[in-house]
Design a protein around this ligand. Structure first.
Ligand code: ADP
Ligand code: SF4
Length: 697
């Protein structure tokens, strides 16, 4: 198909100093959880973006010196020449597809505790580091400043040798020494590097000049700057010093990459921000510089992209998450395949990879992070050599992805869903406050399946073991999902709590199907959250917005602690506070009467009680195994019925993230006729231990 001419503007080449980007699609620096520790995976990941049409593909932050050591995070590293081959592999993969390779140099200043190198962190002024480690950074003296400038220069030279076309200086996310020097909060120096605006800007200016000299005139220089820290006057603001910095340095770099700080403000989830949420802060930038500007805002709609270019807000459409959810986004626009774009849902499961120091995963794109170790391509799934038909039961994320993948492999696939809508848990969860975009997990897959003649889709088709045996389809996938427990069993209480039945208990599933009306209007409702991710707080929000008096009880020390990994924890807690939800932390369940709930302090065991007419336990889930167990009990009939394999997928095998269900469905689609060898590691590894003997003694 041809490209829609209204998107032509997105495919104009744009000059960035001495280099030219072939279009306006720009993958800004983003963490991958791979970095120096999984260099092959990293190279393959970035190469995939280039293949998918992103004209510029950037690394994640690259630590320039062992005093900038983010261990155990897996970032890029450029401490010495030994780091060059891994980075050269990245540029090679990017160049192979005609894109420009960018590297984001960073010294993390007081952001790091240098856990691995054990070197003293460096900062403009004496300061405790950002992590909870009992580590302080020391104030840099003039010799340290000279060292810092040299380290940046050395790193820039190395970056060029590794083949990068664009070298970034990073002053964003409150994670960089350059931003620390700029910040009044971090810099209370009395010399020419502190105090006045010009003084705080001095090091940045010097390092821009040094870098320019180091990279010469064949490589472009980019600056990534936090224009607003969303802290009001105690931080950088887009109306104050954010604007002053760009005005002062306007023509020095070849490109401005502008965003919000810190990372949780920059990468806001759909629960808290809409597409384009950074525009109010970054729209001034082009009025103070003639250099091209890139910014982000979770843009997945080509119409929005055209708008921001036409309105003169941005020259490049920057993307991290939209490029993770769909590395082929630019190509799909170019080929006129808009409906094929796998839109990011803004859930930040991707950031949880970096935050837990493992290769990233994505709810929408199950192939991310698997490009090298499993050889998975986001767009290509090999046709089955002799495809045998498959029956997929359950139309949630696991079943939908399994059916989609199978259909794409040329398999005749039947998808049966017992309910009257597609999407399973996604259909239910996307009706919760702030989670509407999660429906894209269903919509994209249904859209893809509807174009396949070899896929038959049936709603309102609850299948029994008899049905399955009668259909005689050789491969059967059971993706029947899971249900929330109501007996209190979870992380904290490992055995059922008989006393819960003394009062009214409403399961999260009832709230998911019926909304807040599942909970009687009278008296306070306690949401007991032992799940620790989003569900507890979203249900509390739903109930509070419906006017219920809500008490949120958790054994943890804060609301939704795992949502720190999705950069949401602060906003989640604040939202409940704003909704007047009473928050009780560090308490478990201790007993129950009709009107009262006993709580027990997890440290002292001391019990006390709160009013409670309804309890919503958000604890653990149990797989819906009814069909599986019924079929398993009749395994001796399978062969006669022509059934070769029966496989459980997604939540029906083990309840988990939506991302895990999609991954499970995808894995099945790729391997449904193969017998897994469970004694083998199911992916390639590049662990350091395997390199013993290859490093100098
Ligand atoms: P997952 O996350 O693993 O995809 P979900 O809970 O989202 O699981 O989806 C499971 C789907 O399976 C639900 O939509 C449910 O209605 C459907 N389902 C459950 N049992 C049957 C059955 N016996 N026949 C057909 N569909 C079923
Ligand atoms: Fe988007 Fe979620 Fe995928 Fe991240 S994990 S890219 S936020 S869909």
């Amino acid at each position: 198909m041809a490209r829609d001419p209204r998107f032509d503007i997105l495919f104009e080449p744009v000059k960035i100093g001495p280099v030219t980007a072939r279009n306006r699609f720009y993958q800004v620096p983003h963490c991958s959880g791979m970095g120096y520790r999984y260099p092959n995976a990293e190279a393959q990941l970035r190469g995939m973006k280039a293949e998918g049409g992103w004209a510029v593909v950037s690394t994640q932050e690259a630590e320039i010196h062992p005093t900038s050591d983010l261990t155990p995070a897996n970032e890029a590293r450029l401490w010495d020449d030994g780091d060059l081959p891994a980075l050269a592999a990245v540029t090679e993969r990017i160049h192979a597809h005609g894109s420009l390779a960018a590297i984001q140099l960073v010294h993390n200043g007081l952001h790091v505790a240098n856990r691995f190198s054990r070197m003293i962190p460096l900062a403009p002024s004496h300061a405790i580091t950002d992590s909870l480690d009992p580590v302080q950074a020391r104030a840099m003296d003039k010799a340290d400043i000279a060292d810092m400038r040299r380290w940046y220069r050395n790193a820039a030279v190395r970056a060029k040798r590794a083949g990068f076309d664009i070298v970034y200086l990073y002053a964003g996310h409150d994670m960089s020494v350059l931003q620390h020097f700029l910040s009044r909060r971090h810099n209370d120096r009395g010399d020419e590097y502190g105090g006045s605006f010009e003084n705080r800007l001095r090091l940045f200016r010097e390092i821009i000049d040094d870098t320019r000299e180091a990279i010469g005139d064949s490589c472009a220089l980019a600056v990534r700057l936090a224009v607003d820290e969303l802290m009001g006057p105690s931080g950088i603001t887009s109306e104050g010093e954010g604007k002053d910095i760009i005005t002062a340095l306007a023509e020095l770099p070849d490109l401005w990459d502008v965003n919000l700080s810190d990372w949780s403000n920059d990468s806001q989830t759909a629960r808290f921000a809409e597409e384009g949420y950074q525009e109010p802060y970054i729209r001034f930038v082009k009025s103070v510089t003639s250099k091209p500007v890139v910014g982000v805002g979770r843009y997945t709609s080509p119409d929005s992209m055209v708008r921001v270019v036409r309105q003169g807000i941005l020259d490049f459409i920057g993307a991290a998450r939209p490029s993770i959810a769909d590395p082929y986004l630019p190509k799909k626009i170019e080929d006129g395949r808009i409906d094929d774009i796998r839109e990011c849902i803004g859930c930040n499961i991707c950031t949880s990879g970096d935050n837990t120091n493992v290769p990233m995963r994505c709810t929408q794109n199950p192939t991310i992070g698997e490009e090298w170790r499993k050889g998975w391509h986001p767009e290509i799934i090999a046709r089955a050599v002799s495809p045998e038909p498959a029956l997929v039961i359950g139309g949630g994320p696991a079943g939908l992805e399994a059916a989609r993948g199978l259909a794409e492999r040329g398999v005749d696939v039947v998808l049966a869903e017992g309910g009257n809508e597609w999407g399973g848990r996604v259909a239910r969860e996307c009706r919760l406050p702030g989670l509407a975009t999660w429906g894209r997990v269903r919509d994209w897959r249904i859209g893809q399946l509807s174009t396949r003649v070899n896929a038959e889709l049936y709603l309102q088709s609850p299948l029994s073991a008899d049905d399955v045996l009668q259909y005689a389809i050789p491969h059967v996938a059971i993706a029947t999902g899971a249900r929330w427990r109501t007996d209190g069993v979870g992380r904290t209480h490992r055995t059922p709590l008989e006393f819960l039945a003394e009062g009214n208990v409403v399961s999260p599933d009832a709230l998911l199907s019926e909304g807040a009306k599942a909970v009687p209007a009278d008296g306070p409702v306690v949401v007991f959250d032992d799940d620790c991710f989003y569900m507890g707080s979203v249900l509390a929000e739903l109930l509070a917005k419906a006017g219920r008096a809500v008490i949120f009880v958790t054994p943890e020390s804060q609301v939704s602690p795992w949502s720190k990994n999705t950069l949401e924890q602060g906003r989640v807690q604040r939202r409940l506070i704003d909704l007047d939800v009473e928050i009780i932390t560090a308490n478990a369940l201790g007993g129950r009467t009709k009107e009262r709930l006993d709580l027990s302090c997890i440290y002292s065991g001391k019990t006390w009680s709160v009013d409670c007419t309804t309890l919503v336990p958000v604890t653990a889930r149990l797989p819906d195994e009814t069909l599986w167990l019924a079929l398993k009990a009749r395994e001796d009939e399978w062969a006669d019925a022509g059934i070769k394999t029966v496989t459980r997928l997604g939540d029906c095998l083990a309840p988990g993230l939506i991302a895990a269900a999609v991954y499970s469905g995808h894995q099945y689609a790729r391997t449904y006729q193969e017998q897994a060898d469970v004694d083998q590691v199911p992916f390639r590894r590049e662990d350091i231990a395997r390199l013993i003997g290859q490093c100098p003694a």
